[in-house]
Write a protein that binds this ligand. Structure first.
Ligand code: FES
Length: 111
């Protein structure tokens, strides 16, 4: 692992403030690292997978989010009118890995 990989991965992020590249800490959840970077993403339940307010779209070429979500995560996301089967995730359920360097993370609209 290189020093750059150890310190994090630069990911394209989109929220109400616009699109920018944000460095996310490897091994943490996408939710906590986005919050550390002042990205406007909700977390009413504090990362306990019960509120759905941390809804993001993860756009990663060749990756269908439906294949990696747990049934519980999908059930919570399906309650959202902004649910997109192929790219919706709960940011509190996604670990930051080097693979996210090729991703674009979009904060889903509020309900
Ligand atoms: S923070 Fe509540 S479901 Fe992720």
């Amino acid at each position: 692992m290189t020093n750059e990989e150890q310190s994090g991965v630069a990911v394209l992020v989109v929220d109400d403030a616009g699109e920018r590249r944000v460095r996310l800490a490897l091994g943490d959840t996408v939710l906590t690292t986005l919050q550390d970077a002042n990205v406007a993403v909700g977390s009413v339940c504090g990362g306990n997978m019960s509120c759905g307010t941390c809804h993001v779209y993860i756009e990663l070429p060749g990756v269908d989010c439906e294949r990696v979500r747990s049934p519980e995560e999908t059930a919570l996301l399906e309650d959202s009118r902004h649910f997109r089967r192929d790219r919706s995730r709960l940011a509190c359920q996604v670990e930051v890995t080097a693979a996210l360097a090729a991703a674009r993370i979009v904060v889903a609209p509020d309900e």
